[in-house]
Design a protein around this ligand. Sequence first.
Ligand code: G4P
Length: 528
Amino acid sequence: MSLLEEIQKRRTFAIISHPDAGKTTLTEKFLLFAGAIHTAGAVKSNKIKRSTTSDFMEIEKERGISVASAVMSFEYDDLKINLLDTPGHKDFAEDTYRTLTAVDSVILVVDSVKGVEEQTEKLMNVCRMRNTPVIIFINKLDREGNDPILLLDELENKLSIKVCPLSWPISRGSSFKGVYNIHHQSLHLFVANRPLEEMGIFDIKDLSSKLLDDRIGMENAIRLRQDVELVNGVYGSFDKKQYLEGHQAPVFFGSALNNFGVKELLETFVEIAPPPCPRLTDKRMVYPEEGSFTGFVFKIHANLDLRHRDRVAFFRVCSGKFERNKFYRHTRIDSDLRFTNPASFLGQKKDVIDEAFPGDVIGLYDRGNFKIGDTLTEGEKLFFQGIPSFSPEVFKELIKTSTKVKQLDKGIKQLTDEGVAQLFELDNGRRKIVGTVGLLQFDVIQYRLANEYDAECRFEPLNFYKACWITSDDKEQFEKFLGFKAGSIGTDKNNHYVFFAESEWMLNYYKQQYPLVHFHHTSDFDKQ
Ligand code: G4P
């Protein structure tokens, strides 16, 4: 098969949601449809069920599970689909944000009862940064959820994206009858948790047909006719170009648990989702069909086997063909590396592979060479962009409590290279500040430092509101700010200046006082 054919065959995406909206259930149903798994319950939820932070074994167990399910590949409709898993727990949201840099599109699951939740909004903000195409699945229609029109309004308002329903629910909760597929003009009658062959699917091109009244009753039929007319009038028709540019999100309704609406979603996904897209580097755009191989690391996972300090770097192929045992240039450290055991993931199985193509995600065993965002090429000095660190929300100062200072320094450096948290330095390196998006990471860090590096530490809470990367073209104003706020300005791992704001009010105040200083919420400020 030619490189172009390999590329056209691939779809790389992630399913994202606020915890509990149904991401794991939907993933499992996709894998069942594709025949990649055969029994329900095979996909383990990788969320940390307990919200208390004391159960370290639980954390370890969860880490193990998420290694195994970091990417699931399956074949469907002659396509090779790479589904990237994202952590379920909100404290690991940054991991999810980074995974989104490695996909070409996403399916966003929204709970019809809860509507748009906090994490849904944050995830969509990240999708918007790269104009990632989004399909929305409104789940749990078997429960008494919100009015679908209100849900669509909420999606548009809170997620700042135009929506276009491609299916429409007929009632909901205990009286849920099914959906009318506006896209294919067919009626799908709901039967709880049945295989597809047993579901009633009827082609009804003309909604005024008496057949509709016979199938769903007169009252539902009248309502559906009115709804579809309204929906067509308000939301118009689906525009694939708008979807691919990330401006319009097609919406489906269903119930993942009951296997309802899932196949249509998958079928529409394979019909409209984009193949591997070009990606931006610091020098130029890299196109998948280029002959030369390139790609980047978006996730690093420590190996659970403590006897070996190796890690798995998850690597997205962006162009050309990756080959086992061939030397590639690691552009940050400027040296050539080769990989003898690169792994691919089929269903839940891990296999050594000989080659991989754009869109594929492979696991590279690593002994500490990789940081998140690292690029491999066939020699060209490039760095893929858009794999930012996000402004952390919780800050603590790392206090050494053992004499093993070297191990502690090494440990905290490696853990933060893995992306567990971000490390900043204040007071010319005398104070180490760890920033995360959730509290759970501090327990993970403390536990792993003790277990993997034999180094003890404790954390002291700090009262910062946000860390912003700061830049300016105006040397004078920048130096004035650096001098004035010296006690609250540190550096990140790349020696970029970071300002720790005490409060939202203070941050806004300094933005006004120093209009020529730019305050960035992600580390990827070159492109902003
Ligand atoms: P997540 O990965 O997004 O966190 O969500 P997950 O799939 O684990 O689903 C969260 C809960 O919602 C699960 O129940 C799941 O069974 C339920 N669920 C998913 N889809 C539907 C649906 O279409 N209708 C209804 N009524 N429920 C749905 P749980 O009790 O928390 O877990 P479990 O014990 O069933 O695994």
